[in-house]
Design a binder for this molecule. Structure first.
Ligand code: PHE
Length: 439
């Protein structure tokens, strides 16, 4: 197949926004603040940042090395790079992970859309915390409402993915990601004017090490995988559409810095707001964004503008991430059956409709998908990817891909190799064993 058949990114900026669009998602704005809130704030953030640097970035580079070298999706890549081996089974594993993660992600994204709609159409002004809670719980427990919101979200993703990489995915990411950054900066500036600014800053930036336990480190590492879209072949897929001529290390470090900055800035936007209302604490877990924040917005002057911007930003973040997972699945279908992108997208939408319905119907299934993907399947996928790049990939090809044919980042290559061969696998094995309760 000639390269042009698959299409590809039109510009470096577009590709960077698209990869950042995958990384920046509900993980940054919903998951990161509540994990930091539950794990003592600053100490969690410092551990998380160190893990991004030591393990996250090398793993992003591993996925990019595979996709850039093979120019194929998450299964065919292994078949091309390691023919007649069983490595491509990791591709099947990441495919399953993609469906499960997207199933539960679409449901949460549906809530986000619903909150965006509510903040525009009704607003939270004058609503008490109990009213907000009742309305949220009423919504999430009415299966058809959650399903409908999730399906609208799936349709939005499909609208973009069906148009292909350059004309769909890249075009929309180039447009939406700057809007997300602008909204976030506005929200951070607004945060500075709130009564809770100092308390919020202290919570985020003065570490209390007494709160740190083994679990804190495990949670931080799980968050690194989730937020950098690792262990699912999404980065393999996107990199397969690159022209492969840029400075890979520099551009992926930039994406990781953008992703981390969005997480920290989301904390800056959220924590001072929470502390500015008597009696609210940032430790409520997953409900932080959907229950605590609307109560904050209901009490702020101009809270309605803040609410609209916040849920707009959250919807964009969810959309650009879910698009990346859908694209990974669509690429697999195109390559497996030789069908058109259009047909592949319709098939994925049908499968997603069923999975979204299941996650909306049953909170057990929802929690199972969340737990299975974040705690087991993504770490196992990432472990196999690290081992593949570390030990199985052709040495010369690996070096040439990583250094863009010897042009860049040669000095860092041995460090990268050491991490993907030993440090990352060891760390991942520790999280998995902890997850199953063995350590
Ligand atoms: N990185 C996304 C987020 O932070 C989630 C995601 C995981 C997207 C895996 C793609 C693949 O929300």
């Amino acid at each position: 197949m000639v390269k042009n058949d698959r299409g590809g990114f039109g510009s470096k900026f577009g590709m960077m926004m698209t990869v950042a669009g995958s990384a920046v998602g509900l993980g940054n704005i919903w998951r990161f603040p509540f994990l930091a809130g539950e794990n003592g704030g600053a100490a969690f953030i410092i551990i998380y940042l160190s893990l991004v640097l030591v393990i996250g970035i090398p793993l992003v580079l591993s996925e990019f090395s595979i996709g850039t070298a093979a120019k194929a999706g998450a299964i065919l890549s292994y078949k091309k790079l390691a023919p007649k081996t069983k490595w491509h089974y990791n591709g099947y594993l990441t495919e399953v992970t993609g469906y499960l993660l997207l199933g539960f992600y679409c449901v949460v994204a549906g809530w986000t859309l619903r909150f965006f709609y509510e903040s525009v159409a009704v607003g939270f002004d004058g609503q008490s915390a109990t009213q907000i809670k009742e309305s949220f719980e009423g919504f999430t427990s009415t299966w058809w409402q959650s399903t409908l919101a999730g399906l609208i979200f799936v349709a939005m993703c499909a609208y973009v993915v069906i148009r292909g990489i350059e004309k769909g995915i890249e075009k929309w990411n180039k447009f939406l990601m700057p809007l997300l950054f602008a909204s976030l900066i506005f929200l951070c500036i607004n945060s500075m004017t709130l009564d809770g600014w100092e308390k919020g800053m202290e919570f985020m930036f003065s570490p209390d090490w007494s709160e740190v336990t083994g679990q804190t480190i495990i949670d931080a590492l799980g968050q690194v995988f989730f937020t950098l879209s690792l262990g699912m072949g999404v980065m393999i897929t996107y990199s397969s559409y690159s022209k492969g001529d840029d400075n890979m290390v520099k551009s992926k470090v930039t994406v990781s810095v953008i992703d981390t900055s969005v997480a920290i800035l989301s904390g800056i936007a959220i924590f001072p707001a929470v502390f500015s209302i008597e009696g609210l604490q940032p430790t409520q877990g997953p409900e932080l964004v959907f229950l605590t924040l609307p109560s904050v917005f209901a009490n702020l002057s101009y809270g309605w503008i803040v609410a609209i911007l916040f849920f707009f930003m959250l919807s964009i973040a969810a959309l650009t991430s879910a698009i990346s997972i859908m694209e990974m699945l669509v690429t697999l279908f195109i390559e497996r059956y030789g069908i058109t992108r259009r047909r592949a997208t319709f098939i994925i939408v049908a499968i997603m409709a069923v999975l979204t319905l299941l996650c909306a119907l049953s909170s057990e299934i929802f929690n199972l998908f969340d737990m299975l993907t974040a705690n087991y399947l993504m770490p196992i996928g990432a472990l196999l990817i690290a081992l593949f790049v570390g030990f199985a990939m052709d040495k010369k090809l690996r070096y040439n891909t990583f250094t863009s044919n010897g042009k860049y980042s040669r000095w860092i290559y041995p460090i990268f190799l050491f991490i993907v061969r030993y440090v990352a696998p060891l760390a991942i094995v520790i999280i998995i064993l902890n997850g199953v309760g063995l350590i």
